[in-house]
Design a protein around this ligand. Structure first.
Ligand code: PGA
Length: 314
């Protein structure tokens, strides 16, 4: 193993976690031949095959599984060391890794502005993805803080409610039901419906409500992004249920239908695995978000200035 590099281990870890060279390449912004080459060299250093292909699927060999566990331990140790160093540097320099569900992308980047101005030495990585992939990231301890609407029940987490995230029925601006009051929920079954992809938290919340009331919607289209769904609604392809926050920039282009049992009440939570120690940077950001949420709740707007900043730079 003397020849193996940390980079090769990173590539291997990603390929093993995804069970796919293609997805590892996407995650690491590398090409697939680079991934194959790195794994080939690592395999040579180990002296045993790490993967085996059965049909189209890629499996870890026993040596691969052992190496995967070893990689986890190595990266965990490195991340603890990084945290120690980050804490020694205080808030002057370091990294903050955030992963947020798709609906939160309408707010979180705006709130990052004042934070970055206050702590210019901090580099931020922000991943925006759906509920299922956020869960994956959390299981693999990839970020400092997660923002999501559904608290995981299969792992111990620490969480704090952050902001409300109501789900409402979106329709084109001049939809015939636009001015109708108290529309029975069953009537949604008559409309072409646009659904988020499997793995989306919005989709599962919508599906539970429909199941509860025995509503069968005609899913005309399934799309993996809130923005794409909004464009499809604007294009007259149907109606959908989305977070009200997705309307932040273009409320005038849609109607929100007054349907029984809506809005579906949801809340965004700030979450991190209970065992994970937050760095000073992550803790400062955590407090900052809580303060910002208070201001948003009180004033109903995203504050344009940084009055809610917590100064921990001393
Ligand atoms: P989604 O997340 O992007 O997975 O639908 C939204 C939510 O859970 O509120």
């Amino acid at each position: 193993m003397n020849q193996a590099t940390l980079h090769q281990l990173k590539v291997f870890e990603a390929a093993a976690r995804h069970g796919s060279f293609t997805r590892a390449a996407e995650e690491l912004f590398l090409t697939q031949p680079t991934i194959s080459m790195q794994i080939k060299q690592l395999t040579k250093s180990v002296g045993l095959p790490l993967f085996e292909q059965v049909g189209k699927r890629l499996y870890l060999t026993e040596a691969g599984r052992e190496l995967f566990n070893t990689c986890r331990q190595i990266f965990e140790t490195i991340s603890q060391f990084e945290m120690t160093v980050a804490n020694l540097k205080g808030l002057k320099q370091g990294q903050l890794k955030l992963a947020v569900i798709t609906t939160a992308k309408y707010i979180i980047p705006r709130l990052l502005g004042p934070f970055c101005q206050m702590y210019p030495g901090i580099d931020i990585s922000l991943q925006v993805t759906n509920h299922e992939l956020i869960m994956d990231r959390m299981m693999n301890n990839m970020d400092d803080i997660y923002i999501m609407s559904q608290i995981p029940d299969n792992m111990e987490v620490t969480y704090e409610p952050f902001l409300e995230n109501p789900l409402v029925v979106f329709a084109p601006l001049h939809h015939p039901l636009a001015n109708v009051k108290n529309i029975p929920i069953g009537q949604l079954g008559e409309e072409p419906f646009i659904m988020r992809e499997p793995g989306s938290g919005t989709r599962s919340a919508v599906q539970s409500l429909f199941d509860e009331y025995g509503v069968k919607v005609k899913v005309k289209l399934e799309l993996g992004s809130n923005e794409a769904i909004k464009q499809a609604i604007a294009g007259g392809l149907g109606i959908s249920v989305l977070s009200k926050h997705t309307l932040l920039t273009d409320a005038a282009e849609f109607s929100i239908l007054d349907v029984e049992n809506f809005p579906i009440k949801r809340t965004w939570y700030m979450v991190h695995p209970s065992g994970k120690q937050l760095s000073i940077i992550a803790r400062t950001y955590y407090d900052y978000l809580l303060e910002a949420a208070k201001t948003i709740n009180e004033q109903g707007i995203i504050p344009p200035h940084s009055t809610f900043l917590v100064d921990r730079s001393e």
